[in-house]
Design a protein around this ligand. Structure first.
Ligand code: SAH
Length: 384
């Protein structure tokens, strides 16, 4: 990092996105001691501070210098909604006017924040609404960790020893995290940093549609948990649903996953995500094939009933079909859970994050219609 200089045309460094190492480099470049990094990280991420003046254990002189060369700039919250089931969604405006969504799913003692890594997505999986809108750009590390920062600030002040509104983070929002590798790794480092959010490596999960070289690289620099968006038990079907499979087929993907797990210092399982789509990948023979395919991989399976969206012709399978699929896997000794749709009254369920704030009213009207059809079929209660 170059030496920070002051001057009228200087762009201020946004400290929000600096990992510990980068923050230390920043302070060293200012002629300061490294330990300032921990102090400032704590103020920003544990106290939610965005004003150097509030950093009372930093000298007045340094606070003034910091204000000249740096800033703490989080995303602007455009909308914050809470679903009838307690799920919260934030729509946040990022630089260049793009907006993205982050979702917090409370479940008993647990609070799982679903974070976005890109504006849009380039992978174009056939059942995902984010992909239908194309790819816009990568989020910066500040914009990624900014989602955690915004969500945490909602609950402040709170006693960290008694209450943890966010216990888990999953990189399962918009975008393919492993195609925005460096920024995602920096942001995840902050999630796990004891001076920032201190979330255990087991509870920070990166989810990928299967960017195999990046999984290999991840093993060299991080030890977060890994989720694989598989969605099909064979290459012919997966080529259709997840086009990146044509480049990195299932065998390569599972081998990389297995290598990643063996490189970890603790025993951990991968999460296999499988979106169930009626008549496409939800038949008992698909479950049988999946069961054989995953035989040698330490994993748990997360079945996600397809969440409909206006541009899609796919349907969610019936409750019986989902149960049948799950039963085959359980019978074979897998831990296979069904992810109950959460927050779908506020368009916060998987595959519904599109981050198009401007279109939201229009989209919601159509969306509720589609959702109502699906709900009627299954007696899922939704909000009007
Ligand atoms: N690109 C990454 C992370 C984002 S997707 C990945 O593919 O893993 C997060 C999860 O939601 C993925 O498993 C994805 O396949 C699933 N998903 C996407 N659209 C969905 C939909 N319409 N219904 C249900 N699940 C969906």
């Amino acid at each position: 990092m170059s030496t920070p200089q002051s001057g009228p045309e200087m762009v201020k460094v946004n400290l929000l996105g600096l990992s510990r190492r980068k923050m230390e480099d920043f302070f060293v470049a200012m002629g300061e001691k490294k330990f300032r990094a921990s102090q400032v990280i704590k103020w920003i991420h544990q106290h939610g501070v965005d004003d150097f003046e509030a950093m009372t254990d930093v000298s007045k002189a340094l606070r003034l210098r910091l204000a000249e060369v740096a800033e703490i700039r989080g995303p602007e919250v455009l909308l914050h909604e809470t679903s009838t089931d307690g799920t919260r969604k934030w729509v946040m405006r990022m630089a260049e006017g793009n907006s993205i969504e982050a979702v917090l799913i409370p479940e008993g003692e647990r609070g799982t924040l679903c974070v976005s890594s890109q504006v849009g997505c380039s992978l174009d999986c056939s059942f995902c609404s984010t992909g239908k809108r194309g790819f816009n750009r990568n989020l910066s590390a500040a914009e990624i960790i900014g989602q955690v920062w915004v969500a945490m600030r909602t609950f402040m002040p709170y006693d960290r020893n008694k209450e943890r509104p966010i216990t888990n983070v999953v990189m399962m929002g918009m975008g393919e995290p492993l195609l925005n590798f460096d920024n995602v790794v920096d942001a995840m480092d902050l999630m796990m940093d004891d001076w920032a959010y201190g979330i255990s490596k087991r509870r920070v999960t990166v989810s990928t549609a299967g960017v195999v070289p990046a999984i290999n690289k991840l093993g060299e620099v991080s030890d977060v948990s890994l989720a694989i968006s598989l969605h099909a038990p064979n290459n012919a079907l997966r080529n259709e649903l997840v086009p990146i499979n044509r480049k990195y087929p299932i065998e390569m993907l599972l081998e990389a996953t297995s290598n990643y797990l063996s490189g970890l210092s603790d025993k951990r399982k991968a999460t296999i995500e499988y979106t169930l789509i009626q008549g496409v990948n939800d038949q008992p023979h698909h479950a049988e094939e999946l069961s054989v395919l995953l035989r040698d991989l330490p994993c748990k399976i997360n079945l996600i009933p397809f969440n409909p969206f206006p541009e899609s012709h796919y349907q969610r399978p019936s409750g019986n079909a989902i149960k049948r699929f799950q039963d085959v896997l359980n019978r074979d000794g897998y831990v296979a859970t069904v992810r109950t749709p959460r927050g779908d009254d506020i368009d916060a369920a998987c595959g519904q994050l599109v981050g198009q704030f401007e279109d939201r009213t229009k989209r919601s009207a159509r969306y509720i219609q589609v959702q109502q059809l699906a709900a009627d079929a299954q007696n899922v209660k939704i909000l009007q």
